[in-house]
Design a protein around this ligand. Structure first.
Ligand SMILES: NC(=O)c1ccc[n+]([C@@H]2O[C@H](COP(=O)([O-])OP(=O)(O)OC[C@H]3O[C@@H](n4cnc5c(N)ncnc54)[C@H](O)[C@@H]3O)[C@@H](O)[C@H]2O)c1
Length: 385
């Protein structure tokens, strides 16, 4: 396969890991990078040997670019994705998919009309930990799933992010920022969502930046920062989700699935990243066992890192969904981290906000295919020579 040629738009914090991973995957090549700040794009290009830095419009105009990697801030996602599609390019974007539901519909419609693919983060569900959970479910270890619970309680991002402004403005907040990881995982395990209810609140009118050159600066909070959700799946299973920037700490497990015969738990000892990472332990116990079992089975003192039956991608593999999209474009199939699923996730999040504002249950109108697991020899099974 000739490398899939990528034009990167958005050269901020998250772009480093994407660039590193694209350089690690032979079939992806970042050929140009752009952002609102040409000096920032130049620095990134020099740092990573990207052949060209330019303006976003130069990326759209370049006929040799196959796909736009959209790593801009949430408020710019839709406009960049629509311009990329208009220019005849596939697009893979960071989450959230959009910040207005109607934009999501436009993106999917335009892609269909042009015969192009839309992919979207998160792709963490393709990581070893989440693939392990899916395998356990497929092996019927806990029986039919009946419930799910997701929880992230942090005190926001202003301690480690020097420019946390967008997290507290329209389009930000814990639901839109963290919800995509957990809702995508839920859909991967339990299928599409049919109905939601929710409550939310804003605890602080301002937040204080606690690091970097703006240390001590107060920034406004426009959005709710503590969100509680009730979720009903088309399958009949039910779930709950708490996403908060107002909690100092908690021992609540990050993610659990309840089945007719047992429970799967991602407890997660990592207080910073929660469960929005690719790797880590999976625990389960069934009606036959009185103790938690680790998956993959540990083979010694160390744990999952040396276990034999673990799935691949047990490190930050952001961009894996883009690699899958590159193969999907060749094979004329849908990408696993699809725009269709991201749109469904976005509708769920928007409906949760509406439910919190109105006190009414909200019916979800969109749906999506449940993505297939990655083959254990991915990407070798996908390479076309
Ligand atoms: N930082 C993280 O830890 C993290 C983790 C996961 C996902 N994300 C997601 O990645 C995205 C980017 O986050 P970030 O932290 O890298 O943000 P950032 O503010 O560090 O960088 C944003 C980049 O987008 C560019 N940009 C903004 N508007 C633009 C426009 N209209 N046209 C062209 N370029 C534009 C900026 O110039 C900058 O290069 C967000 O959607 C965020 O939710 C971030």
């Amino acid at each position: 396969m000739k490398p899939f040629r990528i034009g990167l738009i958005g050269c901020g914090r998250i772009s480093d890991i994407y660039i590193k991973n694209c350089q690690r995957f032979d079939d992806l090549e970042i050929v140009a990078c752009a952002s609102l700040d040409i000096a920032e794009s130049k620095t990134k290009a020099e740092q990573y040997d990207i052949p060209k830095y330019c303006l976003p419009e130069d990326i759209f105009a370049d006929p040799t670019i196959d796909c736009v990697l959209n790593l801009t801030i949430p408020a710019a996602h839709a406009s960049i994705s629509l311009q990329a599609l208009e220019a005849g390019k596939h697009v893979y974007s960071e989450k959230p998919f959009v910040t207005e539901l109607a934009d999501g519909e436009k993106i999917l419609q335009l892609a269909k009309q042009k015969g192009l693919l839309v992919g979207n983060a998160p792709d963490t569900f393709l990581g070893g930990r989440w693939q392990t959970v899916k395998r356990l479910l497929n092996e019927d270890v806990i029986g039919k799933p009946t419930g799910v619970s997701a929880f992230v309680g942090t005190h926001g991002v202003e301690r480690h992010n020097p420019n946390p402004d967008f997290y507290y403005l329209e389009g930000g907040g814990p639901l839109l920022d963290l919800g995509p990881y957990y809702l995508t995982a839920m859909i991967f395990f339990m299928g599409p969502i049919s109905r939601v209810a929710g409550l939310s609140r804003k605890t602080f009118e301002q937040r204080t930046i606690e690091n970097g050159p703006r240390n001590g600066e107060k920034i406004p909070v426009e959005i709710d920062t503590h969100s509680l959700s009730m979720i009903e799946f088309t399958s009949g299973a039910i779930g709950s989700m708490t996403m908060s920037f107002d909690i100092w700490d908690s021992e609540t497990p990050r993610f659990e699935i309840y089945g007719e015969k047992g429970t799967i738990c991602i407890a997660d000892p990592d207080p910073v990243h929660g469960a929005n990472i690719f790797q880590g332990d999976v625990l389960y116990r069934t009606q036959e066992t009185s103790r938690w079992t680790h998956q993959p089975r540990p083979t010694g003192r160390d744990h999952w890192q040396i276990a034999e039956n673990r799935h691949s991608y047990n490190e930050d593999s952001r961009g894996l969904g883009l690699l899958d999209l590159a193969y999907a474009a060749q094979a004329k199939r849908s990408p696993r981290a699809s725009g269709e699923m991201a749109h469904h996730v976005y509708e769920v999040m928007e409906s949760l906000s509406t439910a919190a504002d109105t006190g009414q249950y909200q019916t979800i109108h969109s749906s999506c295919q449940i993505p297939e697991m990655l083959a254990t020899d991915f990407p070798h099974n996908e390479k076309i020579t």
